[in-house]
Design a protein around this ligand. Structure first.
Ligand code: COA
Length: 173
């Protein structure tokens, strides 16, 4: 697997990832409109991402296999500077690559990037209480539980409670 930032040329690749994993991801992600599964949407999305990345508001990474298919994605979004210096991490792995350590390796890459390149103080990531795989992954990455938020995100059409976790830049501890 190769880890790299997403670029405009990846629109079709990302569309394929979300189409192929539609059922696998449905329980854990926001409800997607039909337009989400079109190339138009992803081309527009890549333009938005370019602007966000240029302005330092987000970074989008993916893991690609030897056929250049997307195996996993991991994003840092809503980056806030000033006295906060923090961002939110979100991730997903393709069903075919689940349980192989690929997701963890990509997350390690992104957390290192957040702390070393972006010099953030805090990366936050939140998960559904029954998403054990996600909880285990965050624990193994060194994220600590910080709270429990009721009706925190609208996942698959329902407002769902989330466990809030974060990792602090070791350089600041
Ligand atoms: C949550 C999610 C990202 C976890 O992915 P994952 O592939 O299980 O995570 P990892 O890469 O850490 O893999 C962990 C597993 O791989 C195994 N593993 C770790 N390193 C490995 C390696 N080098 N080689 C082979 N296997 C390895 C671990 O033993 C572990 O297996 P286990 O869970 O059976 O003990 C994935 O289930 C997913 O995409 N779910 C749907 C979307 C989602 O929930 N997103 C997160 C929302 S908060």
């Amino acid at each position: 697997m190769e880890f790299r930032k997403t670029a405009h040329a990846d629109a079709q690749r990302l569309l394929d990832f979300y189409v192929e994993n539609r059922t696998h991801l449905a329980l854990w992600e926001p409800e997607r409109s039909d337009r989400f599964y079109t190339l138009d949407y992803w081309q527009e999305q890549m333009q938005n991402r370019t602007a966000e990345m240029q302005e330092g508001r987000a970074v989008y990474f993916m893991a690609v296999d030897d056929r250049d298919n997307v195996g996993a994605v991991c994003n840092l979004t809503n980056i806030v500077r000033g006295v906060f210096q923090a961002g939110y991490m979100g991730y997903a792995v393709a069903k075919t690559y689940q349980g192989q350590g690929i997701m963890k390796a990509l997350c390690v890459h992104v957390v290192d990037y957040a702390f070393e390149e972006l010099q953030l103080n805090r990366v936050m990531s939140n998960y559904l209480p029954h998403n054990e795989r996600s909880g285990n992954l965050l624990k193994s990455l060194g994220f600590g539980q910080e709270g429990y938020a009721r009706r925190y995100l609208k996942i698959n059409g329902h407002w769902e409670d989330h466990i809030l976790t974060a990792k602090i830049n070791p350089a600041n501890l």
